[in-house]
Ligand binder design. Structure first.
Ligand code: PGA
Length: 240
């Protein structure tokens, strides 16, 4: 795993945006794997600025998001579809019909999950997958467990994740207890992975990810099996 250590959040956002922009320049019809959460917000801001200046174009880009709460309406202000519209899609020249987020209202999760993975494969696979990391080492909503599921699936959120995400909801009781997530197998198929980590509250998860063990109790440790992963982080996330 290559590590880029940054001075601050601004620099993390800049480095990540540059990697995405370079790919979009080299391959205008690239397939991006996108993430939600606080960490990538700065990167999205930079990409919006670059798009407005005409430095990059999303015209031919296809995107697949990592996860979505379940059940949730796409118009709900805490849905990840809403987040993506607000933070990126509404501000750039992307064709929204080529932006995909798992369907938080599906009646048939198994079919929906398999179809999501098949659609990614049919699009040629994800060229660059952006990831955040949970304080508990989760990737997407692949939570620590005795076993991990390879493909896109519905999962229950851990207490730790519900607590961490309750900051966005009126109360903890309003946080959905389930979510759709790309599985670790789906994520590991991406050609390149860029993982962003900022702040001391991510240090324990980052340290475990970088030690020499692979364990389902820290899903991020599986990223060590991928041959092209870049961790972009600040010193606090890396060193505590
Ligand atoms: P955060 O979430 O960027 O809001 O810290 C990351 C994650 O939980 O994967």
């Amino acid at each position: 795993m290559k590590i880029i250590v940054c001075e601050n959040y601004e620099e993390i956002s800049q480095e990540a945006a540059k990697l995405v922009a370079d790919l979009m320049t080299a391959k205008p019809d690239c397939v991006l794997g996108l993430a939600t959460g606080s960490t990538p917000v700065g990167m999205y801001k930079k990409l919006v600025e670059m798009n407005k200046k005409g430095e990059i174009s999303f015209e031919k880009v296809t995107s697949y998001n990592l996860d979505e709460y379940y059940p949730i309406e796409p118009t709900h202000d805490q849905s990840y579809r809403y987040f993506m519209n607000q933070n990126l899609f509404d501000h750039v020249n992307i064709d929204k019909s080529k932006t995909f987020v798992p369907n938080g209202l599906t009646k048939d999760p198994a079919k929906e999950g398999a179809a999501y993975d098949a659609a990614i494969d049919a699009a040629g696979g994800i060229d660059l997958q952006i990831l955040g990391i949970g304080q508990n080492g989760h990737i997407g909503f692949n939570e620590p467990d005795d076993a991990l599921i390879a493909g896109t699936h519905i999962t229950s959120l851990t207490e730790n994740t519900i607590e961490a995400n309750s900051r966005f909801f009126a109360s903890k009781a309003d946080v959905p207890t389930q979510a759709f997530t790309m599985g670790m197998g789906s994520i590991m198929k991406a050609k390149k992975i860029v993982l962003l980590a900022n702040g001391t509250n991510k240090h324990a998860a980052v340290a475990q990810m970088l030690d020499d063990k692979i364990t389902t109790s820290c899903p991020a440790t599986f990223l060590k099996l991928h041959k092209d992963v870049i961790l972009i982080c600040d010193k606090a996330a890396l060193n505590g």
